[in-house]
Structures are given as C-alpha cells and as structure tokens.
Design a protein around this ligand. Structure first.
Ligand code: NDP
Ligand code: 2IT
Length: 446
C-alpha cells in the first residue's frame, strides 16, 4: 500500500511542479487514508483519490485596474473548482501578494474535506489574487474588486459556486464584489457569503471561524477533563480569525497572552481583552500591518521578528497563515508545557512539526476540523438566503456550536474506528474523505 501512496505522490509532484503547499496538503491526507484504502479497495479501483487531487476546473484570469494616481496594474485572478460531489463549490477568496496556484490548490483541497465535515451540502473551491490590499485606498480596492468580478461572475452562482472571504477579504471586499455581480447579472442572490447584515449576511459570520475553533478546543480539552477557564493561550495573527478566537476565549474565562504580525509578536501577560480587542480591529483597518503599535499603546512586551511560540502557555491557537509552526516551535511549545494545539488557520503546522506533537501525545486538531465554523456559518447564510429569512444571533450561534461538537465527535469516532484513537488529523481526513468518496462512487465516473 505504501508503494501505491508513494506512486500517487510522485504523480502529484510531477503534474503540479513548484507547488510545495499542495504537495504538503496531499501528503498529510494520503498518509491518513492508507488504512481506508486497505480496507476499501473499491475506492482504489475507482481511482477516487487520483480524481480528488485533480481540480474539476481551474479558472485563471487577468485583472487590470487603475490606482488613484492613474497608473495601471495587472494582477492575476484565480478560482479553483475542486470538487462538487456533495454540493456547489464553496470556499473563500484570498487577496495576498503570496497567492499562487499551489497555495490555492492546497486550500481548495483542504476545503473539500472541511466542507464535508460540516454536515452541510457544500463542495469545495478556493480562489483569490496576488493583489496586495496593504496601503490601498477604499477606491483602489473597489476598482480592483469590480475588475476581478467582471471576469469571475460568469463562473459562479448560488447553485454553482459561492465564494466568501479569507486572508485580505472581509466585509468591505465582499460588498464591492457583490455589488458588481448584481450589476452584471441583474440578480440579487446569495452568490457570496460573508455579506453585510443589511444585504443578506448572517449574524455571527464574522466571528464564526474564531468562535467555532474555540468551541472545538473546548471539546478537546473536555476529553481530558480540562476546561478553557483559567488556561493561557498563545494566538498568532491579528486578523478576523484571531479576533473571533480572542473574544470567545475571554468569554469562557481563558487568557490570551500573545498576538503577532509580520513585524513580530506581542506578549501581554495581563491578557488581550476589553478595549485591547477593539484596538486589534483598528490596527487591522489601518492596514499598517504592524502589531508593535499594540505593545507601544498598552506598554507590554514586543519581540521583533519572532513567532509567538516561545512563551509558556497551555494552549496554542495559530490564526495567521500556513506553515507558521515549525519543528523548533513545536519543541519549544512542548518544553513549556503546552497541552493542546488547535489550528484556527489553514495548515499552520508543518508536517514534521505535527509529527512532534503527535508523538508527544498532546491534543492536536487540524484546521480542516477546528476552523470549519467559518464555512459552516457560510452554509447557514446560504440557507437563510434561500429561505429569505434571517435567523437570530442565538440560533446561528447554537447551530454553530452543535456543528463543531458534531465535527469533534466524528473525528474521535472515526479515528477510533480506523485504529488511531485520539488522532484528530486521521479522524478528520478519513471522515471528510468518506462522505465525498461515496458521493463520487454514487455519481459514476465524474
Ligand atoms: P485576515 O486577513 O483577517 O488576517 C490574516 C492574518 O495573518 C494577519 O495578521 C496577516 O498579516 C497574517 N498573514 C497573512 N499572510 C501572512 C504571511 N504570508 N506571513 C505572515 N503573516 C501572514 O485573514 P483571516 O483571519 O480571515 O485568516 C487567517 C487564517 O484563517 C488563514 O489561514 C485563513 O485561510 C484561515 N481561515 C479563515 C476563515 C475565514 O472565515 N476568514 C475560515 C477558516 C480559515 P498580514 O496579511 O498583514 O501580513
Ligand atoms: O478557509 C475557509 O474555510 C474560509 N476561508 C471560509 C470559506 C467560506 O466559504 O466561508
């Protein structure tokens, strides 16, 4: 069997050269699936995995736009329609200068399994652009979004593909994108999620990824008789996901002692809470991309050019981006007594670092399970749009909590069924895969 996996990986690497993040995501998943393919040769003979690593469709386009000084810029736009076996393509748009095909393929591939875990009928997709929103005026961001949608609109739709936000894409960008879609199609539909509350958005969607990840961490800690109250947390990033995570940890009585940005990390031993959480939003909106301002304002410690994994905490919740916890960070966290790593970002832990946590036997949850609350509430936004009825905050939050519990329990029961009890990575990969694989078998050679 491992020969089969090795051959598959060779093919993936040969067909997708220079896409290390995509190789990494596939490698992690196929390692978990080895036991499934042994027990179920039907997936192997139907070449389900070989089909799943190949996007159903890939759209790449030119995005020309003009800045406030009249200079013309050309960015590259992408949308990856990865898998539609269980529902319309669904997944975020990322605007960041690092965006390329390999990064979006890894995100789209993860999204397929994540969406499968949510219990909702959503396929997987991802898109974005190498556009850098940093330092751009509202007007420039609007012109960029309008140009981006002028091509994308013909490929998406409420029953075809429903994009949302990710890094660099929040309510402002979704608004500009939605406005342009509406003009081009003359249609008011739930074609995007993460919309503003006055125009079809769902309550709790901005908080959902962070809240969901903390609900997941709560369930994990519970399996060991622990709780969030009284625990200290290291958080990375200071964006949308970090903001939601911090609020929910505070509500449940935990203490967040770090945030980070491209310039370094802040150590606030008193806890990131109260007006300091509001300040995060201001720092983000300023697009200055520095967290040192927080340390200066609140007179706490700042460590330039360092990641926040060297401090003593009980739980680590990476919330920034892929590959931000390396082997040395993992060793440092363990040395300092960290008992739980709950990924709120997508693939923030390298494969080697994950194996260090796994071998140490601490609680470790992969992003595709722990951060699924964001897309889950996107799914609930789609339901509300289809019914043309908004749900109250309590209802959405309750459903989110239930979904996160269900994902947690599915990870646990699946890991146990396939011989690695307590391994959330295997549980998430296998459970996510099985639902999609069975749907693909049912639908013939697609
Ligand atoms: P934001 O744009 O709001 O924040 C992203 C944060 O990560 C910022 O602090 C940003 O700093 C930092 N960051 C981004 N790219 C890099 C990089 N290459 N190197 C260092 N730091 C970086 O995005 P979100 O909070 O929405 O997303 C954070 C993570 O959560 C991502 O992995 C995303 O895929 C994941 N996620 C998001 C969901 C959502 O609903 N928004 C749902 C599920 C997962 P800066 O960009 O300024 O460098
Ligand atoms: O990575 C993710 O799950 C997201 N960026 C959210 C996707 C969505 O469609 O809400």
């Amino acid at each position: 069997m491992s020969e089969y996996i090795a051959k598959l990986m060779l093919e993936v690497k040969a067909k997708n050269p220079n896409e290390p993040e995509f190789h990494q995501a596939v490698q992690e998943i196929v390692e978990s699936l080895e036991v499934v393919l042994e027990r179920h040769p039907e997936y192997r003979s139907a070449k389900i995995l070989e089909r799943m690593v190949e996007p159903e469709r890939l759209i790449m386009f030119r995005v020309p736009w003009m800045d406030d000084q009249g200079e013309i810029h050309i960015n590259r736009g992408f949308r990856i329609d990865m898998n539609s076996a269980i529902g319309p393509y669904k997944g975020g748009l990322r605007f960041h200068p690092s965006v390329n095909l390999g990064i979006l393929k890894f995100l789209a591939f993860e999204q397929v399994l994540k969406n499968s875990l949510t219990t909702l009928p959503m396929g997987g997709g991802k898109g974005g652009s190498d556009f850098d929103p940093k330092g751009k005026s509202d007007n420039e961001v609007m012109h960029f979004c309008q140009s981006f949608m002028t091509e994308l609109f013909r490929h998406i739709g409420p029953n075809t593909d429903v994009p949302a936000g990710d890094i660099g894409v929040g309510t402002r960008e979704i608004g500009f994108l939605f406005g342009q879609y509406k003009r081009l199609k003359n249609e008011f539909t739930g074609v995007l999620t993460g919309k503003g509350l006055n125009w079809g958005g769902s309550l709790i969607r901005p908080e959902a990824t962070g809240f969901g990840a903390v609900y997941f961490a709560h369930e994990m800690l519970k399996t060991k008789g622990m709780e969030i109250e009284g625990k200290t947390f290291a958080v990375s990033g200071f964006g949308n996901v970090a903001w939601g995570v911090i609020q929910k940890i505070n509500q449940l009585g935990g203490r967040v002692v770090t945030i980070s940005g491209p310039d370094g990390f802040v150590y606030d031993k008193f806890g990131v809470k109260g007006e300091k959480v509001e300040f995060l939003l201001q720092m983000r909106a300023s697009a200055n991309d520095r967290v040192q301002e927080y340390a200066d304002k609140f007179k706490v410690e700042f460590y330039p050019n360092k990641r926040p994994w060297s401090v003593k905490v009980d739980v680590a919740m990476p919330c920034a981006t892929q590959n931000e916890i390396f082997v040395d960070d993992a060793k440092e966290l363990l040395k300092n007594g960290c008992q739980c790593v709950c990924e709120a970002a997508n693939m923030p832990t390298t494969l080697d670092a994950y194996k260090i946590f796994r071998d140490a036997g601490i609680l470790f949850a992969p992003g595709k399970a722990a951060n699924a609350g964001g897309v889950a509430v996107s799914g609930l936004e789609m339901s509300q749009n289809s019914m043309r009825l908004p749900w109250p905050k309590e209802e959405v939050d309750h459903r989110l909590n239930q979904i996160m519990k269900q994902i947690h329990d599915t990870c646990i029961s699946t890991a146990e069924r396939f011989g690695t009890p307590g391994n959330y990575v295997n549980g998430a990969n296998i459970a996510g895969f099985l639902k999609v694989a069975d749907a693909m078998l049912d639908q013939g050679l697609v």
